[in-house]
Design a protein around this ligand. Structure first.
Ligand code: MGP
Length: 308
């Protein structure tokens, strides 16, 4: 079981010394962490989100904190809960969930409260945002042992996990075969809404290619703009596998989509059956041969999910 968020381990501690990454200590809320109480306090560009605060965090009034930047990407609680339910359907050998962009903690909290996972590893690069997430998890009553927080870059963590696990603190070394990764990356702001079809090659600061490269050896879920180019997503499917794409809706309108992407198995020298002989560059031409997307439908009234 991982380090608790209430512990005070840090790089200066003997146990953490020598590792490139270690579980984060409990960070202190900073001036960048805010709990707005009235609209008059709220910067104009986040007033829309503040108006939706109770659908974003139903316990907002209990003292939920966010940074101003975190408001743009935080997922409404009913959607986070539905994603947690949908990810729970993963193969039962999967016991660890990595949340690679924890933000203010909305998804991490939903995963931790789902009781599906032995442990959730939640990564956040910004100290103030991480402090908010840790604080919010406490507000929601998440048991401290459920979440191992990492203050750092999720790409560096995944690279070390795959290639140099000895560099990581033992609590951060997980078996990638028994892990599912959830990624809700920044999309470069709300500008995606002006595109009829959002080009995932141009997503900032991380495009689909960068995300895919980092995640492909694990089962993973990409949380993406609702108008994302589905053909680009389809090209991520390993040979013989399908990707399920779910539109997450509230009041009948999609908020965003999630792509459930199976891991690519390593190529064996013998090219054994069931293993992939050739990995096509998923970012190659968008001309579409045979997109491997699962198609089905579900009601979209209220909050819920709709597969496309
Ligand atoms: P939105 O872009 O504000 O559209 O966010 P909304 O709420 O439909 O507004 P409208 O004016 O178009 O009606 C939609 C959802 O996308 C939010 O609830 C967030 O969950 C998610 N979201 C938005 N952004 C900009 C990001 C982002 O950068 N990253 C991630 N991961 N999610 C985001």
């Amino acid at each position: 079981m991982g380090n608790s968020m209430g512990s005070k381990r840090g790089p200066e501690d003997r146990e953490g010394a020598g590792y490139s990454m270690h579980p984060a200590e409990k960070l202190t809320l900073t001036d960048g962490c805010r709990h707005y109480e009235g609209k008059h306090e709220v910067p104009w560009d986040i007033q829309k989100y503040f108006a939706q605060r109770y659908s974003i965090f139903s316990w907002y009034d209990e003292g939920v904190y966010l940074t101003d930047d975190a408001w743009f990407g935080v997922i409404p609680e009913p959607v986070a809960n539905q994603i947690a339910i949908d990810i729970s359907a993963a193969d039962e050998r999967k016991t660890i969930l990595i949340d690679s962009f924890a933000g203010a903690g909305g998804n991490t909290i939903a995963f931790a409260l789902s009781e599906r996972w032995q442990r959730v590893i939640a990564i956040e690069r910004d100290a103030s945002t991480l402090a908010c997430a840790q604080h919010n998890a406490e507000i929601y009553g998440v048991h401290p042992s459920m979440i191992t927080w990492i203050h750092g870059d999720s790409f560096e963590y995944l690279d070390a996990l795959a290639n140099r696990p000895g560099e990581l603190h033992p609590d951060l070394r997980v078996d990638m075969d028994t892990t599912v990764l959830f990624s809700s990356p920044p999309w470069g702001g709300p500008g995606y809404r002006s595109d009829e079809v959002f080009d995932l090659h141009t997503m900032q600061p991380y495009n689909l290619e960068q995300l895919h490269k980092a995640y492909k050896s694990m089962d993973h879920v990409l949380f993406l703009p609702r108008t994302s180019n589905i053909r680009q997503v389809a090209k991520l499917a390993p040979a013989g596998c399908k990707i399920e794409v779910v539109q997450y809706c509230m009041q009948g309108a999609s908020k965003a989509m999630a792509a459930y992407v199976p891991a690519r198995k390593p190529i064996s020298r013998e090219g054994k059956p069931g293993e992939e002989p050739h990995v096509e560059d998923p970012m190659s031409a968008d001309s579409d041969s045979s997109p491997s997307i699962e198609k089905s439908t579900a009601p979209t009234n209220g909050s819920g999910s709709s597969k496309s």
